[in-house]
Design a protein around this ligand. Structure first.
Ligand code: GLU
Length: 482
């Protein structure tokens, strides 16, 4: 079977984490089956759709590495890929439904419709299955001076069955759940369910995989396929992503925009990995490379129940990638974050790779790595109060002076040469490493936590180390004088 799948977002905001998961699952299916991943922009809601949102979708997908095979900026045989550019096509299909008497003109006014609904609700009946008085009228009855909508002539008995590859069979009683829904509005513009069917048909989509908030729509869409005499695609509905309180994921639960995760310092593949596992499993495995995801992903592995969004776990996944990814790759990303957050232009060289090697085990995000590694690049830090009080005191003065003298005499600045100096001083004075390392650590970083002291010093250049030692020495002297 040829797989043609699609992601069909409405550009009315940012790329939502739930949308990104839908896109990811479609992407994985396409890649696994050597199929095609289509991007279609559903921009018929002219008031809410914006070019910025379209761009946000492109940016979000590309940042995650989910580039589409066919769609905007990647024209294929089934374009255009913006719904607003496909109105002629919708018109043709509407003609087809009109010719076959599958739709009818409904002249019910808004006021009549509201009254109908109010009556329905007053009776305490569930659902609002509207029975249009115009369903069985003929041309002779059509008022010339009133506008109308096109309604679908839905079956009035029987069932519509969605054969869902994830949920199994979902049965809709036509009398209860499917009414004569509108397919074209008074101004002739087509409605959502109609455009989706026309697009999925004409874009030759084989599998429609989307969130289960569309399940009710699917029942209506199936009726449209049947009315048009067309074959159904395979349908699969993904359970919604929930927040920790088991309510639908929203901003209350944390960031819901994909690009916010970039800002927070997540690696794109960590987000992809986390989203893949949010609703899909493969044994107890947690970490997957992209090729592994493509190989192992299947709709059978998608759970029937909703995944609960857990930012702690997402941080854990991100940490795994920070710690285990190729250091050079992380260093390149680190340079981007240093530029963005600190305005620093740092070359991606052995030194930066060395710094990343030291910081990676200690950082959950790239932003955290910038924060905890700032002293490698900037001198303008203050000493934290507690460690300064504890370690930068008069007893440390002779040690700092001795160290400064010996380090300044070094011709080569390497981890080994620095270690040699430390060990000599410690041996001569019969001291434990921490006695010397802690004051130096505060001098170098302003804090009492950092990677190993030799590594730290070797990754800061000799001149800066000496300057910082002088500064700390001066600090202690000032303190003793005060
Ligand atoms: N445009 C719809 C949405 O953003 C998706 C439609 C579909 O996947 O069929 O919710």
């Amino acid at each position: 079977m040829t797989y043609r799948v699609r992601f069909a977002p409405s550009p009315t905001g940012y790329l939502h984490i739930g949308g990104a998961r839908t896109a990811l699952y479609n992407y994985l299916l396409a890649k696994k089956h050597q199929g095609t991943f289509v991007l279609r922009i559903e921009d018929t809601d002219l008031e809410r759709s914006t070019p910025e949102s379209v761009q946000a979708i492109f940016d979000g997908l590309r940042w995650l590495g989910l580039d589409w095979d066919e769609g905007p900026e990647k024209e294929g045989d089934c374009g255009p890929y913006f719904q607003t550019k496909r109105f002629d096509l919708y018109k043709q299909y509407l003609e087809r439904l009109i010719e076959q008497n599958k739709v009818y003109r409904c002249y019910t006014t808004k006021e009549e419709l509201d009254a109908y609904r109010a009556e329905y609700q007053a009776k305490g009946q569930e659902g609002v299955r509207f029975h249009s008085p115009w369903r069985d009228k003929t041309e002779a009855d059509w008022p010339a001076d009133r506008s109308f909508v096109w309604r679908f002539r839905a079956p009035q008995d029987g069932q519509t069955v969605v054969k869902d590859v994830i949920k199994g069979e979902v049965v809709f009683e036509n009398t209860m759940h499917v009414d004569d829904f509108v397919v074209a509005r008074q101004d002739g513009t087509p409605t959502y369910n109609f455009t989706v069917v026309v697009d999925d048909l004409t874009m030759k989509i084989s599998h429609v995989i989307r969130g289960d908030d569309h399940l009710n729509n699917t029942a209506k869409q199936i009726l449209l396929y049947q009315a048009l005499g067309e074959e159904l695609p395979v349908f699969g509905h993904l359970p919604m992503i929930l927040g920790s309180d088991k309510k639908r994921l929203s901003k209350r639960h944390g960031a819901t925009s994909v690009m916010q995760y970039k800002e927070m310092g997540f690696k794109p593949h960590a987000v992809v990995n986390y989203l893949a596992r949010l609703g899909w499993s493969h044994g107890d495995d947690e970490l997957f490379t992209m090729p592994e995801l493509i190989e192992k992903f299947s709709l059978e592995g998608v759970g029937k129940s909703s995944g609960v969004f857990d930012q702690e776990k997402m941080l854990w996944v991100n940490h795994q990638y920070i710690q285990h990814d190729d250091l050079k790759q992380t260093a390149t990303l680190y340079a981007e974050y240093l530029k963005e957050l600190e305005g620093l232009e740092v070359p991606v060289d052995d030194r930066l790779v060395g710094i990343v090697e030291q910081l990676a085990p200690r950082a959950n995000t790239m932003v955290e790595m910038v924060r905890i590694g700032r002293y490698f690049f900037k001198d303008d830090f203050d000493y934290d109060e507690k460690p300064a009080k504890k370690f930068l005191k008069v007893g440390a003065l002779p040690l700092l002076e001795e160290l400064t003298a010996r380090l300044s005499a070094l011709d080569t600045w390497t981890l080994e040469s620095i270690q040699g100096v430390f060990e000599a001083i410690l041996a001569e004075k019969e001291l434990k490493l921490l006695k010397l390392a802690q004051p130096v650590r505060v001098a170098m970083t302003g804090t009492s936590v950092s990677p190993g002291i030799y590594e730290t010093l070797s990754l800061i250049d000799q001149a800066t180390v000496l300057e910082r030692l002088e500064r700390a020495t001066e600090f202690v002297r000032q303190k003793t004088q005060a």
